[in-house]
Design a protein around this ligand. Structure first.
Ligand SMILES: [Zn+2]
Length: 353
């Protein structure tokens, strides 16, 4: 996607379906979008049985030619693999059916192969299920690559409610991170005249605040909880589409999470790390970090290094190195914080003990 398109072009999903038994609607969505006959499904080992096969059957019933590709990792090699299959079968569109990796791979492969892409999440653990960015590993580094937004998002709440609750709680962390992402964006706007969108920022903050206020309604195995989280992830995705950037949903707290991925031997889930990052960065912003911590705690997302299974020393190291992750993205971390300051923020917020 070229520079003009990424900055001035609002690309939004056309159809968004959230509810029970939505997998059964996939063929209707394809007809609505007038997609062609050849469909390539990218799915995971487990998610193939949970949803991939069902989606394939639905499409085959309407006379479509379907191929299923089981994808193991979200790597650049895998994206190229999928593009090769797409070329061979002359696919008209791609479907990513899974918790995250399959969606990232299908999204980028579809963008590069220049065909539409449908996002069918089996879990709601991060905003990549809606956004126009794909998280891809290349040469051992995970980077977020610009891609096209999904043409449609089909979120079956019954399927997602059966996924491990840890994933849904992590999704909440990714949404709550909008709080500090927006503060960082405002700061960058004031200090460096970075392009800022009031509409996008307002939507991103509102989405996080609604979730914080409803923290006690997020419960395991409840379709109503899934619905709330998916709708919030869709709103975050829309905020990013309006901005033409990930700014409204990704600031210093995301840089902290990316730093942990590099440093910690066993990183936690993206949304879990971003949630804890939001507590830490909200402290640095001088905001109400206790409100963030309490909401995450009520939801059942981790609020300490121990709960994430990460040693304290890696938290401190990540804090000191976070600003190096995306140097062009100005945040509250500025040119970095000292090891002493990192210790104060991590201890005061109770992230380390
Ligand atoms: Zn995120």
């Amino acid at each position: 996607m070229n520079e003009l398109k990424s900055n001035k072009w609002m690309q939004l999903p056309r159809d968004v379906l959230v509810g029970s038994d939505m997998l059964g609607k996939v063929a209707d969505v394809c007809s609505d979008l007038q997609l062609g006959r050849n469909a390539l499904i990218v799915t995971g080992q487990k998610t193939r049985d949970i949803a991939g096969i069902k989606v394939a059957e639905e499409l085959e019933e309407t006379g479509r030619n379907v191929q299923i590709h089981v994808s193991g990792s979200a790597s650049m090699e895998e994206v190229e693999n999928v593009m090769e299959i797409a070329r061979e079968m002359d696919t008209d569109f791609l479907l990513g059916v899974g918790s995250g990796k399959s969606i990232d791979v299908a999204k980028l492969a579809a963008t590069r192969h220049n065909v539409p892409f449908l996002s069918i999440p089996t879990a709601a653990s991060h905003d990549g299920i809606v956004s126009s960015r794909a998280s891809i590993t290349h040469n051992g580094e995970t980077t977020s690559i610009q891609a096209s937004a999904p043409m449609a998002v089909i979120a079956d709440t019954e399927v997602i409610a059966k996924a491990p609750f840890r994933l849904l709680a992590a999704g909440c962390g990714d949404i709550i991170s909008n709080c500090t992402a927006v503060l960082d964006w405002q700061l960058a706007h004031r200090l460096q005249n970075v392009t800022f969108s009031e509409y996008s920022a307002a939507l991103a903050s509102m989405t996080a605040n609604i979730l914080i206020d409803s923290a006690d309604s997020i419960k395991p195995e409840l379709e109503s909880s899934v619905r709330m989280v998916v709708k919030a992830l869709v709103s975050s995705g829309v905020a990013m589409s309006i901005a033409g950037s990930s700014r409204p949903a990704s600031g210093s707290e995301h840089m902290f999470s990316h730093a942990l991925n590099r440093i910690a031997p066993n990183p936690a889930l993206h949304g879990e790390q971003c949630g804890i990052g939001t507590i830490l960065m909200m402290y640095l912003h001088g905001g109400d970090w206790r409100e963030i911590r309490d909401a995450l705690r009520i939801i059942g997302a981790p609020t300490t290094a121990r709960e994430m299974g990460i040693e304290d020393k890696y938290i401190l190291q990540a804090l000191v190195e976070s600003h190096k992750i995306r140097p062009e993205r100005y945040t509250i971390l500025g040119t970095g914080i000292t090891p002493d300051a990192a210790e104060v923020v991590a201890r005061t917020t109770g992230v380390i003990s």
